[in-house]
Each structure stands twice: as structure tokens, then as C-alpha cells.
Design a protein. Sequence first.
Length: 163
Amino acid sequence: MSDQAPDSLIPYDEIVQEALRAVVGRVLGEVEKAGGLPGDHHFYITFKTQGQGVDIPKHLVERFPDEMTIVIQNRFWDLKVASDGFEVGLSFNQVPARLIIPFAAVTGFVDPAVNFALQFQAQADDASEDTGHSSAGNDAPAVAAAPVEDGSNVVSVDFTRKK
């Protein structure tokens, strides 16, 4: 018996990544429908600033050339969710900005209120880039979220092909 798994002709990794990103879309869609966040829920969303379809102000791309994390909590407006992404208004150093973020550009989603997190693989064309990123750049509340600890609801999917 061989220890090496056979190559799959079905792109399971892509299918799982797409399904997990749909979780982010559904959660944001619920917030949009409700007109706000329920209870203590709030989100840290990390995304590739130069991902395909990302539309954010130039000064943010200059400040966060690879990846940035935004906070969806108290100070956001005009959240609109579509099947392929979302747009939201946020304030950065008291300057309002509109961000358009496709779900394909999202690399992380955290709801610290319930210790839930999802992490996604970077897109294939971004895989060779540096993955370091800065923390939330928008006008987030002063209270920082507690780090996600082992045993939490963190889902990290990392598929690697053996050839």
C-alpha cells in the first residue's frame, strides 16, 4: 500500500475554499438584512488589497500594499452584499471611504465575540507574494479582540498537492 495520496481530478480544495467564503457572504448578508450586528458580534476581515476586483482608496493601497484587516463593528455604513463580494463604508483617520471587496480576495474572517475564525488560502496568483499584513486600519474601537486560542472554532484549510 502506498503512503502517497493519488492526485484528484476533482478540485476539492477550490470547492471547499469557495464554500467557506460563502459562509462569510451569508453572515454579512444577515447583518445587511438586519440593519446591524446582533449582540456583541463584530468582524475582523482580512483581504488582499490588490486582489482582482478589490476597489479601495489609493491611500489605503499605499499604506497596505499586500493585505489589510478591517473591523466591522460600530462605525460602518451602507453594507451591501452580493453573491461575489461586498461593499461597505468605513472611516480611516476620520476620513470616510467606500470599500468593494470580492469574497475571492478575503483571506481571513474572525468574530471574536464567539471565538470563531476562518482562514483562506491566498489566490494562486498571490501565493508567491509576502503574506505579512498590518492589523485593522480603520477607526476600530479601542478594545482589542482576544486572540483565538487552541480548541476554538477556527477552521483553517490548507490543501497541498503531492506530485
